[in-house]
Design a protein around this ligand. Structure first.
Ligand SMILES: *[C@@H]1O[C@H](CO)[C@@H](O)[C@H](O)[C@H]1NC(C)=O
Ligand SMILES: *[C@@H]1O[C@H](CO)[C@@H](O)[C@H](O)[C@H]1NC(C)=O
Length: 789
């Protein structure tokens, strides 16, 4: 700064010198290189001006240093030409030396010459280029220029580029003389092989020695989409199970692109896609994974061939094929089709009869579609394969509709897959009936009872036969076998309802004539031919108390009197006589008892109730009447009971003539006297008899109807005959066996009317004849006695 001030002073003085210029005598010129050390000699001004050094001093030359009083110009300060002049050449400066006394003006010019003290330099340490690999050969790239402060030869002379194949260097000079360089591309760039280049640019000057500066040139090759994506396999092959669920990953395809960045970003897509396949598969466009989107079915489509494309962002593509094979799973159950089925089959079909033909199918293949058919082993059927996938269901044994009328045959078809699938179908086979069972009666032999005197048409009981067959084959009809009973056809006794099996009486039965009926009933079914079976039926006729007892002894005669004689000396318990009576009924109805109803002297006789013996009870005395008249009543044990009376005449006498005289008027005394009164009594009796009979008939009819309904209701029940406690005694007590049959005459008056009465028929209640006790008796007149009387 100080130096600059000095120079300013110098210039101010120089301005003063300007108008003195005309007076300037000479000019000195020096040339020194720059950068000389301080104190370096420039020139001897005094000598060069041709004057003494003292003159300079006196003259007041002030540029000379005080120490330097010899008029020598030296470098006071290091001079930098570049600083002083820059690019200006030549670089020089002048100053005036003014001397006073006399005034002299001298100009001194110092020229500074350049030395190569500066190297070419680049402004930046690095030069960076980003060049697309697609750039054309011959493209130029301007490089930074270097600066060299030196001038002339020492200035920048040329650029050089480090040796390489890709770029050449071309140097230019701008109009202002500045030198610059361009890189020229010699060959195409390829990022994929050489993404980066590092070069060195050097700038050299022409000094001696040479100075140079370098800069690194970094070339980054930018990517161009010059590479298509390439699949990493020539061909893809994958398998997917038909049971795979949606979303299952099948395969991942992969394509690579040598390009960088977005040019190397590959996406995937299906090419030539049908809508069906698009529904089944999904291709992830980023990852290239193919997943299942829909359902695959081996039975529909066994493989799929897909075309896929890989696309980079630049639109370059590659395509490839993916073969997806569907693997079979056992996903189809066998299907059973009944081709023919004959139901019902007759129960007499022989074993081996074909019942049904069955077809089985399975959509799966191989083992998964291999089917076996089975049925329950307990059934009397077999299943046999005739042709592949056809089965015949045949009977394995004889069938019996009566045991099992229908079968539910479960046919099961199973495939051989793992796990295996199966299907069943049920065949409902009916067995049709064949008439192979005879009707069978519920009992081996039927025994029934019917009370005698039944009314014709009474139902007795019913037989029932069952047939195990079906419908018409089981419709049982009942018939009477044509046999004879006592010489008459069975049908004259009984009839049978062929539908119901109810047996009816055709006539009224009489126990005293017929104790039982035996015949055969046939049951026949409606089959063709019909089957039948027999059963024997035994109808037992039960006794009714429809016969009154009959007195056999003492014999009752009309118009004659039989008398028993009792000696007056007879003791107590003397057997006077014995009343003998019989009853043609049986059992309790024939069990008789005797009672003394009336007696002339009750205290004298008694009747044995069991045996009918008449004995004296006390000693006979003289006072006892000769004629004793006893009325004995004989009753059976029926319900109600029937009775008969007998009059026993007893003569208490020691001799027969005594008796005879006494008895000769016995019956005749009152005979005529009684005749008139008899008719009166008879008329009265008849009137009352008719009245009571009417009454009784009405009641009887009522009771009969009621009983009839009871009998009908109970007729099928077995009838247990009742026997009185001492029934076994009956024979011992004088009752005659039933085999005696008597025809008896009953009369109101033995002499006036003889008439035969039939049996009371079914009206068993009519035995209560109220007038019979006193006015009716049985009389037998013997011829001998007629003669006697
Ligand atoms: C067979 O199946 C049918 C219908 O399910 C049923 O009504 C019938 O009782 C079955 N028969 C036998 C013998 O199991
Ligand atoms: C049934 O009885 C009749 C006559 O007594 C006889 O002809 C027939 O063969 C019998 N039938 C049977 C099945 O016993």
């Amino acid at each position: 700064r100080r130096t600059i001030l000095d120079y300013k002073q110098i210039f101010i003085k120089a301005l003063i010198i300007v108008f003195l210029l005309a007076t300037a005598r000479c000019q000195i010129r020096y040339s020194i290189p720059e950068e000389m050390r301080k104190g370096s000699f420039v020139g001897n001004v005094a000598e060069d001006l041709g004057m003494d050094a003292k003159r300079l001093k006196s003259g007041g030359a002030r540029i000379v240093s005080s120490e330097n009083n010899k008029g020598i110009l030296v470098v006071n300060e290091r001079i930098d030409r570049e600083k002083l002049c820059g690019d200006v050449t030549p670089c020089s400066f002048s100053f005036e030396v003014i001397l006073e006394n006399p005034m002299e003006l001298h100009r001194i010019t110092v020229e500074i010459t350049d030395i190569n003290d500066n190297s070419p330099t680049f402004r930046n340490a690095d030069i960076k280029f980003e060049i697309s690999e697609s750039v054309a050969v011959g493209s130029r790239f301007l490089l930074d220029t270097a600066e060299d402060a030196d001038v002339g030869e020492n200035g920048l002379q040329k650029y050089t580029l480090s040796p390489n194949e890709m770029f050449d260097l071309k140097q230019h000079s701008s109009p202002d003389g500045r030198k610059y360089a361009e890189m020229i591309l010699l060959k195409p760039l390829d990022r994929e092989t050489e993404p980066r280049l590092s070069l060195k640019l050097s700038a050299v000057d022409g000094g001696n020695p040479l100075r140079s500066g370098t800069v690194n040139v970094h070339v980054t090759v930018l990517d161009a989409n010059d590479n298509p994506p390439i699949f990493n396999q020539p061909f893809y092959r994958a398998a997917v199970s038909e049971s795979a669920v949606k979303g299952t990953l099948i395969i991942t395809v992969n394509a690579s692109d040598a390009d960088d960045g977005s040019n190397g970003l590959v996406t995937y897509r299906f090419a030539k896609m049908t809508p069906e396949i698009a529904d089944i598969f999904k291709l992830d466009e980023v990852t290239g994974s193919i997943t299942l989107k829909g359902d695959v079915d081996y039975e529909k489509e066994k493989k799929y061939e897909l075309t896929i494309e890989a696309v980079d962002q630049g639109g370059l593509t590659d395509s490839n094929k993916v073969l997806i094979e569907v693997t079979d799973m056992n996903d189809n159950a066998p299907v059973i089709n009944v081709m023919s089925f004959s139901s019902p089959v007759p129960e007499d079909s022989p074993p081996g009869t074909t019942v049904a033909i069955i077809n089985v199918n399975d959509a799966d293949s191989d083992k998964n579609g291999h089917i076996t058919c089975t049925i329950d082993r307990m059934l009397p059927f077999k299943i046999k394969s005739t042709i592949t996938n056809y089965y015949a269901l045949i009977t394995d044994s004889y069938l019996d509709r009566e045991v099992i009328p229908e079968y539910n045959i479960t046919v099961r078809a199973t495939d051989s897959g793992f796990p295996s699938l199966s299907n069943t179908t049920i065949l409902r086979l009916k067995i049709s009936d064949v008439n192979d069972n005879t009707p069978l009666f519920e009992e081996n032999i039927y025994v029934a009872q019917i009370v005698e005197n039944n009314s014709p048409g009474t139902s007795i009981f019913s037989v029932t036969a069952h047939d195990r067959d079906w419908n018409q084959n089981a419709r049982v009809s009942y018939f009477l076998e044509e046999t004879q009973i006592n010489g008459n056809p069975t049908s004259t006794f009984v009839s049978i309802n062929s539908e119901t099996g109810v047996i009816y009486a055709v006539r009224s039965f009489d126990y005293e004539q017929m104790k039982q009926l035996e015949f055969t009933v046939k049951a026949q079914d409606g089959g063709s031919p019909p089957l039948s079976s027999n059963v024997s039926v035994n109808i037992q006729i039960q006794d009714q108390n429809d016969n009154p007892p009959q007195v056999l002894y003492p014999v009752q005669t009309a118009g004659s009197v039989v008398a028993e004689m009792v000696p007056r000396s007879a003791d107590v318990g003397y057997l006077v006589t014995k009343v003998v009576a019989v009853d043609v009924d049986s059992g309790q109805n024939a069990w008789l008892s005797y009672k003394l109803q009336k007696a002339t002297d009750r205290a004298l006789f008694e009747v044995g109730s069991q045996n009918g013996e008449i004995r004296t009870v006390r000693q006979v005395t003289e006072k006892d009447l000769l004629k004793q008249r006893l009325t004995v009543i004989v009753e059976d044990n029926g319900q109600p009971s029937r009775s008969a009376t007998v009059i026993v005449n007893v003569a208490v006498a020691d001799s027969f003539p005594e008796v005879l005289s006494e008895f000769s008027d016995f019956p005749h005394d009152k005979d005529y006297n009684d005749n008139l009164t008899f008719y009166l009594v008879l008329a009265l009796a008849v009137v009352s008899f008719l009245f009571i009979t009417c009454l009784v008939v009405i009641i009887s009819v009522k009771i009969y109807r009621w009983r009839q309904s009871r009998i009908l209701y109970h007729s099928s029940l077995p009838v247990i005959p009742y026997y009185p406690p001492r029934y076994s005694d009956t024979l011992g007590t004088g009752t005659l066996p039933h085999t005696y049959n008597y025809e008896v005459c009953r009369t109101t008056d033995s002499r006036k009317s003889d008439c035969k009465f039939g049996r009371a028929g079914s009206q068993n209640v009519l035995i209560m004849d109220p007038s019979s006790t006193g006015t009716m008796h049985y009389v037998v007149i013997t011829t001998e006695e007629r003669k006697e009387f």
